[in-house]
Design a protein around this ligand. Structure first.
Ligand code: DGY
Length: 331
């Protein structure tokens, strides 16, 4: 890199990442808590060679066309549903992401939500704080057991398997899964059984969603799917909010079609404080914190910057979501 490349970093990421960027690049770092508006983003990327984006930044063809020198987009996330991947590939721009860095933190969050929703932790703690804890009640705040039950993983990738391991090795759960292909590692490590979605919904006590968000999975958890689940089932989503028809979920929780839900992701984010899901005592909602541990965010920052710098040098990214871009890379 003879001349220092120009880079726009769309938010303050952990210091180790920013230090590395500033060591190698002329960087503008967006200082606000909230994302730059689409217009501001267009202006900021105009003469940039590299862009560090977040899942809250919509990176579409208009952003790419506003930045004719852009050689790389490095997303500070494993999910890349905020980026128009075909548009980037068409323009010869590789996209980096951060797979593997947040597997355990996300599976821990799925587990935490599963336990909190199953054992009614948030509603009982709220009751205690509000003075509604009158005595030890034999029939109060009764929840669901975990040991020996059945876990259904929808989307058996890295995070799905990490969740399955926690449930199988920790609580002796049987594991069912759906995936496009057989997952030999899951079948070996947690004796998981691949089944059709219909069977998974009918047999699972806990349904944990870990699929990518794309045109086939958007809105997949609708009224018809919730109706196929057990009345005692607990639904967990740490993937993306738009997988779920939230009106249908609210109805299913209100009507007792399912027992409870634990969500780390919603649509939109943030979910407005007056949203009906917040009114439901059997719905636990976290503000997309699955990867929010110090070590995980540092690991994400490191990989994100490695991708950025590799892209600026014209090298292969450490983790690239559109490797077929290589044939037409921008130089
Ligand atoms: C991701 O990286 O896609 C996660 O949702 C961030 O927590």
């Amino acid at each position: 890199m003879a001349k220092r490349p120009r880079v726009f970093v769309a938010r303050i990421i952990p210091k180790l990442g920013l230090d590395l960027i500033q060591q190698h690049c002329d960087a503008e770092i967006w200082p606000d808590q909230l994302p730059p508006s689409p217009d501001v983003l267009l202006a900021k990327v105009a003469d940039c060679d590299g862009l560090v984006s977040l899942l809250t930044d919509r990176i579409d063809a208009s952003v790419m066309d506003a930045a004719p020198k852009l050689k790389v987009i490095s997303n500070f996330a494993v999910g890349v549903n905020n980026i128009d991947i075909p548009a980037a590939t068409e323009r010869g721009i590789p996209i980096g992401n951060t797979p593997g860095t947040l597997t355990d933190a996300t599976a821990d969050t799925a587990m935490m939500l599963l336990m909190a929703a199953s054992r009614r932790l948030v509603e009982s703690a709220d009751d205690a704080k509000a003075g509604r804890w009158k005595t030890w009640e034999p029939c109060g705040w009764l929840g669901q057991d975990l040991v020996g039950r059945t876990l259904g993983i929808v989307g058996m990738g890295r995070i799905g398997l990490a969740m399955a391991k926690r449930c199988h090795h920790g609580w002796g759960m049987n594991v069912l899964y759906t995936a496009r292909s057989v997952k030999a590692d899951a079948e070996k490590e947690v004796r998981a059984k691949r089944v059709e979605l219909e069977e998974l919904l009918a047999r699972s006590d806990f349904v944990s969603l870990h699929a990518d968000l794309n045109d086939t999975t958007r809105g997949m958890f609708n009224a018809a799917l919730f109706a196929q689940m057990k009345k005692t089932a607990v639904f967990i989503n740490t993937a993306r909010g738009p997988h779920v028809d939230q009106k249908a979920l609210a109805d299913a929780l209100r009507n007792g079609t399912i027992f409870a839900a634990g969500l780390d992701v919603t649509d939109p984010e943030p979910l407005p404080p007056d949203h009906e899901l917040y009114q439901l005592r059997n719905c636990v909602i976290a503000p997309h914190i699955a990867s929010a541990t110090i070590a995980t965010r540092n690991a994400m920052a490191k990989l994100c910057v490695e991708n950025l710098l590799a892209g600026l040098r014209g090298e292969k990214l450490v983790a690239c979501v559109n490797p077929d871009v290589e044939a037409k890379r921008r130089t």
